[in-house]
Ligand binder design. Structure first.
Ligand code: AMP
Ligand code: GLY
Length: 432
């Protein structure tokens, strides 16, 4: 099979690695890819939102399967024209991508189908939003309705802060069009978890859980980022909790989207808050998580081409009870450019990444990297390298990941030194 993968991050490098390892994969192309992906796929210079160029590439290169990584492609509507060509494509349609593309839509779906989530209101008018903010009280959460690269959420500690956030979003100052409508919602206090399931629009199979670290500094401090690290499974995931997530959240979502004639085929990435043992939905993403996918795919034992193809072709039931993840813990540390998530330099040279090859418990995935004219590896983005360690426990996986990362020679790079700390702390408390 000739496969086209769309995207350029660490998530896509992990997907490319697993797709390329399948016997079904003959030629793997990636648009636009990065320096790491170029080691397993042929990179083609087409942007993820350039729908016309992507569709032409599919037609001209005898592509048999398309796998979409990022939400920007999905929301721009890459899936529909490829389906129209009769070529299988992994990911939801433009219509179904609204589950991630509009936070208000997702909240209304929860209300309609009785899916547990925070109490909320949707607003375009500042005065009405303010009234609701007074009613709910602080702390309170203000969200831009549309896509804002993971940055459109303000946790306001005071009413004044909440009003200000609402005002800035609605005026278009903070997130442009994405903030023309906002969601104001109840603050939930609990432990966060990501849970993934694959759907073909009608049937679904649960995958596994992960926990990511969104804040830039140790101790989960500082501004939010795209993700500074993640590990899988989440340390407090139990069969009982997963059953609640499946029965109360995943199943009613798949059934509700189908009943509303916008069936969702692709990966449902549920961002959850576990409050007193009960799962509540924070948000849905319509694609794999980044960096969660990197540790998740290192645990996956199924053939990824078969699995994603089943989602794209309505055959998800073939995998019922057949999904297999290793019992190991995998832990991913993100190496970022100094200054990220604010401004940072590009084109800085990174050396000695080859030192990580050859250890089966370590994998290096590239995010924002490219080769310059001299062939040197340089950064082209803020999140640059993802180092995944595998171990029998979170602590072991963490040690392996940090021993590997120490070999990389990149003085202008930084990383958090405590990825997985919640799991390790909980395991130590349990042992004590
Ligand atoms: P999101 O972009 O919706 O994932 O939100 C980013 C982060 O904000 C989440 O990972 C949570 O840590 C936090 N968050 C979002 N909504 C809520 C909420 N209702 N209560 C508490 N924290 C929230
Ligand atoms: N890790 C967060 C995300 O992929 O949105």
């Amino acid at each position: 099979m000739n496969i086209l993968l769309i995207g350029s991050g660490g998530r896509e490098h992990a997907l490319a690695w697993k797709l390329a390892s399948s016997e079904k994969c003959k030629n793997l192309y990636c648009a636009p890819g990065n320096a790491g992906i170029a080691e397993v796929a042929e990179c083609v210079e087409i942007g993820v939102e350039d729908i016309d160029a992507l569709v032409s590439f599919v037609k001209d290169n005898d592509i048999n399967f398309v796998v979409v990584g990022p939400e920007a492609s999905l929301v721009a509507g890459i899936v529909n024209p490829i389906q129209e060509l009769g070529i299988p494509v992994f990911g939801p349609t433009k219509e179904a991508s609204i589950l991630e593309g509009s936070k208000g839509f997702m909240k209304d779906l929860c209300q309609k189908y009785d899916i547990p989530t925070a109490q909320y209101g949707r607003f375009k008018d500042l005065e009405k939003a303010k009234e609701f903010i007074y009613e709910l009280g602080a702390p309170i959460v203000i969200k831009a309705d549309g896509l804002a690269a993971g940055k459109g959420v303000i946790i306001a500690e005071t009413i004044a802060e909440a009003e200000n956030a609402a005002k800035e979003m609605l005026s278009g100052d903070s997130f442009g069009h994405a903030g023309a409508e906002i969601v104001v919602e109840e603050f939930m206090d609990g432990e966060e978890m990501s849970f993934f399931a694959l759907s073909d629009g009608e049937n679904f199979v649960p995958l596994t859980s992960a926990q990511d670290h969104k804040r830039v500094f140790d101790g989960d401090k500082g501004p939010n980022t795209g993700g500074m690290g993640a590990y899988s499974p989440a340390h407090f995931a139990t069969d009982e909790l997963e059953k609640k997530i499946i029965d109360r959240i995943i199943r009613p979502t798949v059934e509700g989207m189908k009943a509303d004639s916008i069936p969702f085929a692709g990966v449902l990435y549920a961002g959850l808050m576990i409050v007193d043992g009960e799962p509540k939905l924070i948000e849905y993403n319509a694609r794999f998580g980044d960096p969660e996918t990197q540790p998740l795919l290192m645990r996956l034992e199924n053939d990824l081409v078969d699995l994603l193809m089943a989602s794209a072709t309505g055959n998800m039931q073939d995998f019922d009870g057949k999904i297999s993840f290793s019992d190991d813990v995998t832990l991913c540390v993100v190496m970022a450019a100094e200054g990220y998530p604010a401004s940072y330099e590009k084109g800085m040279e990174i050396k000695n990444t080859n030192a990580l090859h050859g250890d089966k418990n370590v994998r290096l995935f590239h995010a924002g990297t490219l080769r310059d004219n001299s062939g040197a590896l340089v950064n082209s983005g803020g999140r640059v390298l993802n180092i995944v360690g595998r171990g029998a426990t979170t602590e072991e996986a963490q040690t392996i990941a940090y021993e590997a990362i120490a070999k990389i020679d990149w003085p202008e790079g930084f990383y958090r030194s405590d990825i997985g700390w919640r799991a390790i702390k909980a395991q130590k408390e349990k042992a004590a």
